[in-house]
Design a protein around this ligand. Structure first.
Ligand code: NOJ
Length: 802
């Protein structure tokens, strides 16, 4: 079933059928002032921390779902009938009530039409501001005068700490009150022991109205909703009067009512504004919105902000769904993961007190093709989270102080022990950063270690390799430590991880390139020697004829071996054998073929098969999950990105695209009742064939899938691989793509690329004509670029992959 469509002209996803299988969300603002909003206007807001700065209350995983929210009620003062500007919470019958939700880039517009009155509510956080605006336009569409009341309603938390607010009621219910001042409700906290800068008492939040006088107000949730009622039928709306009631020691809310008389065809505009600012500031903020142009200008600024980023890379291929995702939605999701990390969503409530190392280093990759300069600071931060022994700290705290961080094992350290993979993600990220930016001098930049000392980036990378080499098991492969990429796989101090071994091999190849550039002969020899050894071990010990193992336990038992009754084939070692360059052509083909035969489903390839039921070892913590769910054999979505990339690197465009389509959210737009998650964002995983809900996706928005699939599209399918010297171009596309174009902004130059595929190839070496001149190979040297460049890339005649 279809609930909406992509509107590329304005980069919006438009929900036309409001009863979506789940609340479909969007992000507003930034973690400085963050807001999440669903197509029903459900969601919450916070200042700086979803866990500790929560402003609006949201009841996670509750019944009714997706409440509370940013509700606007409309009441007909003659008939007493009332509805909401979003379909929920009142939920009028859908044959009488029409609704549309447009999720755009950091704004959402929800429109309604009912009983001759139309509304349009724009929700946004203006750029650089720490408050949110709900701009309501209300219009009388009929031929007679209408008398209506509008109620804007926000449910405050009593305490900014999410957990305290939810459960410590003997405290949090008695610390706040609300009062009304001119055009706004103020919420005060712990009033007697706080003093604001302007001399007033108590931390203040406000919910105000501009554009019409307040005709009545309510600061108390229970008084607004009424006993044994809900947001579907609040007593104050039903009555048509908020009663001017403050809260004193109960649940605070902000409800403001405005009574309007609308002539036929007349439209009025109101702005509700919510934030955490002292009253004097609130007064100033609200007064700006008395001018209706203010919000329009801010909306334009927001659109320009995103357009400026996204216009740096766009594709026009025969597949519209691919275009929607690569040009807008996958790109936007990459920014959201980059900016918000795993902070807050409808799944995460914001409790993680920092940036996960691997997640963040991966997230960076998702925006590098667009704004490498934006990634720069974040890359430096991540290097400062590397310890002097070379490992990555699993979490970089929000108050990270390089040079002073306690390490795993030391007193005062309170997070997980080292993981085997964290620092190794730095290698592809740095290589891609240098390729996009040309900033090879970054290798010389000196950055402190988390614990003590400092070194240049090149040395940081050398230590990361050394850490993995020094933590080797009986076969010389890196040990698994607390976990590798797979959080559920605990191979321990002696058990070895084949996935990490492939990562290490990739890391050494990247470092070799850097060592050659720096003419560091000793490091070149050492890395050549070590990488040769590692490759041999991987191929001698871990190859099983049609697959690579996943690991070797301390006892010597193999994980992911052909004869294992369960989990005898794992996806990641197969894709990474190709990505790392470790498998030869024959083995790469065989491994990928095994994946296709054994792991592929309608929704992508499962992470391993069969799921654990009875034969898991102690370190296989995925057995905690149901079979075909999460790491226990689901279609783990991030891993699809690596599979697509691996097939693309082999020149198997058809196969790469088959996997892409299976896991692309946009491809499921017509079957949204199965996938359930937003059709415009990737999730963390999709339930596999052994679940009764095969195809159902989970954990929206904040997932490494976004960046990994983006990298697979840009570097894999589209085949654009920037290096220090220029861009390598080698697409791997479905053979029925006869022509497509790519526009790319590259180090200040514009590239207009037309790829021609007259003979229906799906990969292989290409011929490139740059500004009329044929290049000798697939590298477009940066030095040969003009400001504007026309590139014609012709794919080969014979199909090398068949
Ligand atoms: C989710 C975590 O955020 C990510 O870091 C991890 O790699 C995957 N789970 C796989 O376990």
């Amino acid at each position: 079933m279809k609930y909406g469509y992509f509107d590329d002209t304005c980069r919006e996803y438009v929900i036309t059928k409001p009863d979506t299988p789940e609340p479909w969300a969007n992000y507003l603002g930034s973690p400085e002032y963050g807001a999440i909003i669903s197509n029903q206007a459900g969601g919450y807001s916070f200042v700086r921390s979803g866990a500790n700065g929560r402003l609006l209350r949201y009841r996670f995983n509750s019944v009714p779902a997706d409440q509370a929210g940013r509700y606007i009620y409309v009441r007909d003062r003659e008939s007493g009938d009332y509805w909401s500007g979003s379909w929920q919470p009142v939920g009028k019958p859908l044959d009488l009530y029409r609704s549309e939700c447009r999720h755009g880039l950091s704004y959402t517009v929800i429109s309604s039409s009912y009983s001759g009155i139309s509304t349009e509510t724009l929700y946004l956080v203006p750029l650089g501001k720490t408050y949110e605006v709900w701009r309501l336009k209300i219009r009388n569409e009929g031929g007679r005068k209408r008398a209506v009341s509008v109620f804007g309603c926000a449910e405050f938390t009593n305490d900014g700490n999410y957990e305290q607010d939810a459960v410590n009621l003997q405290y949090t219910q008695f610390i706040t009150r609300t009062c009304f001042h001119r055009n706004r409700i103020l919420q005060l906290h712990n009033e007697c022991c706080r003093r604001n800068a302007d001399g007033s008492n108590g931390e203040e939040r406000f919910f105000g109205l501009a554009g019409a006088p307040v005709s009545s107000w309510c600061g108390d949730r229970e008084e607004f909703v009424g006993p044994y009622r809900s947001y579907a039928n609040p007593i104050a709306v039903e009555r048509g009067d908020c009663g001017n009631v403050p809260n004193y020691g109960g649940n605070s809310a902000g409800v403001l009512q405005a009574d309007l008389d609308l002539e036929p065809g007349e439209e009025r505009q109101l702005c509700f504004v919510l934030g955490a600012h002292p009253d004097a500031e609130a007064d100033k903020i609200l007064s700006e919105y008395e001018d209706p142009r203010c919000i329009e200008t801010q909306w334009e600024e927001l659109k320009d902000f995103w357009e400026e980023k996204l216009c740096r890379f766009s594709v026009h291929t025969p597949d519209e769904n691919f275009n929607h995702m690569v040009n807008t939605w996958n790109a936007y999701q990459c920014f959201i993961t980059f900016i918000w990390s795993r902070a807050a969503s409808f799944t995460y409530c914001g409790l993680r007190n920092g940036l996960g190392f691997r997640d963040t280093v991966q997230d960076i990759q998702g925006i590098l093709h667009l704004v490498p300069e934006m990634a720069f600071e974040r890359i430096r931060l991540m290097f400062s989270g590397q310890t002097s022994c070379g490992a990555g700290l699993p979490l970089i705290g929000f108050h990270h102080e390089p040079g002073h961080v306690k390490l795993p094992g030391e007193p005062g350290y309170d997070y997980d022990p080292y993981r085997a993979d964290d620092a190794l993600w730095l290698f592809p990220t740095v290589a891609q950063y240098i390729g996009e930016s040309g900033n090879i001098r970054f290798l010389d930049e000196v950055i402190p270690f988390a614990d003590h000392g400092e070194a240049d980036v090149y040395e940081h990378l050398r230590r990361a390799v050394r850490f993995s080499l020094e933590h080797g098991g009986a076969h010389g492969l890196p040990v698994g430590l607390y976990a590798d990429w797979n959080d559920c796989l605990r191979m321990g101090e002696q058990g070895e991880s084949v996935f990490v071994a492939f990562q290490l091999y990739q890391a050494m190849r990247i470092l070799l390139d850097f060592a050659r550039i720096r003419k560091d002969g000793d490091t070149v020899s050492e890395l050549e020697e070590q990488s040769r050894k590692l490759r041999k071990t991987l191929n001698d010990v871990c190859w099983q004829g049609d697959r690579y193992l996943r690991g070797i336990r301390e006892s010597g038992e193999k994980v992911g071996s052909r004869d294992d009754p369960e989990a005898n084939l794992w996806l990641n070692p197969q894709s990474w054998s190709v990505i790392s360059g470790c498998a030869d052509e024959e083995r790469a083909r065989a491994a990928l073929e095994t994946v296709h035969q054994r792991l592929n489903t309608e929704y992508g390839a499962v992470i391993m098969d069969p799921p654990y039921r009875e034969h898991a070892f102690d370190g296989a913590r995925m057995r905690l999950f149901l079979p075909s769910v999460k790491e226990n054999g689901s279609v783990f979505s991030q891993a699809q990105g690596w599979l697509i990339l691996a097939e693309s690197l082999m020149g198997h465009g058809n196969r790469a695209y088959e996997y892409y389509r299976e896991c692309s959210p946009a491809e499921q737009n017509d079957r949204a009742e199965i996938r359930r998650l937003e059709p415009y964002v990737h999730g963390q995983f999709v339930e596999g064939p052994q679940s009764p809900h095969e195809g159902r996706a989970h954990v929206h928005w904040l997932t490494g899938t976004a960046s990994t699939v983006m990298v697979a599209c840009v570097r894999g399918i589209l085949g654009l691989r920037p290096t220090a010297e220029g861009i390598q171009i080698q697409p791997a596309v479905p053979s029925d793509w006869k022509e497509f174009t790519i526009d790319k902004f590259y180090r200040g130059k514009r590239l207009h690329i037309t790829v021609k595929n007259p003979n229906g190839a799906q990969g292989g070496p290409v011929r490139i004509v740059l500004n009329g001149e044929t290049l000798p190979d697939s590298l477009v040297p940066f030095g040969q670029l003009e400001n504007e460049n026309e590139l014609v890339v012709t794919m080969p005649g014979a199909d090398p992959a068949q």
